[in-house]
Ligand binder design. Structure first.
Ligand SMILES: [Zn+2]
Length: 250
């Protein structure tokens, strides 16, 4: 996914883009509206996008707990409370906390999909046409007219070679011109860069894959764990779907 360094210029400082390891932080409520949701001055909630689902978690204030079950993107990043949970009024100091297992699983899965897409392009020349992820489970679609023998096994083997190499995963924010000079940096049609975007966030799996992306990733490929390619489906002419499961590293 392609996003500017901070698409929410009005209010929320995006801690998730700065440091994907943050799970707890202090913040102040800027707005709390029963219809719109809650806006914080600082938030580590990934709002969803680029195939990565939004985070869930809590806001703690005094003895009160407000569960956050999703987000809504409008002119700002709105956090959506669980039905019936109280809203902290504007001005309240809160502690934010993410559902760590969900977020960490999504980071491993997202980085795993980047490895998968890079391997299938590198070894089989097939570009990505779509995808979807849930914590530790994902699918990715490719344009691959002819399926070679042992395709699934070869993809799985090559992906886990990258995991074992433990390549570093770096995130950089580059000026638009510099980012677009990187070959194949915009990966799918849905990632097309809006004309007003001046800075582009780049996720670089060193020596393996480099692409414009707004998601949260693990710091190196060993942190993904084992990538199991569980199924290949043919959905039409040249349309191949690979399903993966992220497992605990051996
Ligand atoms: Zn991505």
């Amino acid at each position: 996914m392609t996003v500017p360094a901070n698409p929410y210029r009005h209010h929320t400082h995006r801690l998730d883009l700065e440091d994907p390891s943050i799970r707890e932080w202090a913040a102040t409520v800027l707005l709390a509206d029963p219809d719109q949701g809650i806006v914080l001055d600082r938030s580590a909630f990934y709002p969803g996008g680029g195939g990565q689902p939004p985070d869930q978690g809590v806001l703690l204030w005094g003895n009160v707990r407000t569960r956050i079950v999703g987000t809504r993107k409008g002119d700002d990043l709105y956090l959506l409370p669980a039905e019936g949970d109280p809203l902290p009024p504007a001005g309240t100091s809160v502690y934010g906390g993410l559902d760590n297992e969900r977020r960490t699983s999504l980071m491993r899965t997202h980085s795993g999909l980047h490895v998968l897409s890079a391997i299938v392009l590198r070894d089989f020349g097939a570009p990505v046409t779509g995808g979807n992820m849930e914590p530790l489970i994902a699918r990715m679609d490719f344009d691959l007219p002819d399926v070679p023998a042992d395709f699934k096994q070869r993809v799985e083997h090559a992906c886990n070679e990258v995991v074992q190499l433990n390549r570093q995963i770096d995130v950089r924010v580059l000026p638009r011109e510099e980012a677009l000079a990187i070959p194949n940096v915009i990966r799918t049609a849905s990632d097309l860069l809006p004309p007003d975007v001046e800075m582009v966030r780049i996720v670089d799996i060193n020596g393996i894959d480099i692409q414009a992306d707004g998601g949260t990733h693990v710091a190196s490929t060993a942190m993904i764990g084992r990538i199991a390619v569980t199924k290949m489906e043919s959905k039409g002419r040249g349309f191949r779907r690979l399903r993966i499961r992220i497992q605990t590293a051996e």
